[in-house]
Design a protein around this ligand. Structure first.
Ligand SMILES: [Zn+2]
Length: 241
């Protein structure tokens, strides 16, 4: 398959792991897609790298209170989407770097869950004029996750203690989907699950308002129209042979 050819989801797709920086990243970027996966019979689990403790302008809320609220909101959103387990790695919000510790932590979860597909955030800062400058936690999560998929999860001599001490054998992921990519090569019609995705987004009550919902809706309409289909979500897809 050439790099330019549009990709499809790998098949069979029994398990997917979504690695994100903050509670709500998955629902902003891919909720309808995740609902599509679980509706198709796949098991989906989440890894959230930070504690989400800085996502507020309210001086009366402490980071600890906010982090607890966001764990509960993430569980509620995941329940709406049919997501199984959520692992919170608990790194401090806003200060994440793609360290070897983070890579080991993500690798551990990939070897535990053994996903066919890993979905994560774009590790590259977009400088194409889009209004979002790119959150450092997103960049770090994307970078550490790709480094975990290859080579760390796949190759036995990377973090050998995971196998010897924890019994976590190497695992080969077959496909990676990146959210927030300028030139996506996988487009999915999510018309059937779109409203489930919106319900899940609304579960992040401390973070979302009507504007956020409208942005997600408009984006799905635009991506769908550009591809001659209904509401759609688009990703950068990498198939690892
Ligand atoms: Zn985020």
């Amino acid at each position: 398959m050439s790099a330019r050819e549009p990709h499809r989801l790998v098949s069979p797709l029994e398990r997917a792991l979504v690695v994100i920086a903050h509670p709500d990243d998955a629902e902003f970027g891919a909720a309808a897609t995740i609902a599509h996966l679980t509706a198709s019979g796949a098991r989906v689990d989440y890894v959230v790298t930070t504690d989400g403790g800085k996502g507020t302008d309210d001086p009366a809320v402490t980071p600890e209170q906010l982090a607890a609220t966001r764990v509960a909101e993430q569980r509620a959103a995941a329940d709406i989407l049919g997501v199984s387990e959520i692992v919170h790695l608990g790194y401090p919000d806003g200060y994440l770097v793609p360290s070897l510790d983070l890579r080991r932590d993500v690798t551990r979860q990939i070897r535990r869950f053994r996903p066919d597909l890993v979905m994560t955030l774009n590790p590259q800062r977009r400088l194409d004029g889009n209004p979002f400058i790119g959150h450092p936690d997103h960049l770090a999560t994307g970078e550490a996750t790709l480094a975990s998929v290859y080579p760390a999860a796949r190759d036995r001599l990377n973090f050998p203690e995971l196998a010897t001490d924890e019994g976590l054998e190497p695992w080969k992921v077959r496909q990676v989907l990146l959210m927030g990519i300028e030139q996506p090569n996988l487009v999915l019609d999510v018309s059937a699950t779109f409203e489930i995705g919106i319900d899940a987004l609304r579960a992040h009550a401390s973070q979302v308002d009507g504007d956020a919902e409208a942005r997600v809706r408009d984006r799905a309409r635009e991506v769908g129209a550009a591809n001659g289909i209904g509401l759609a979500q688009a990703f950068g897809s990498i198939i690892l042979e």
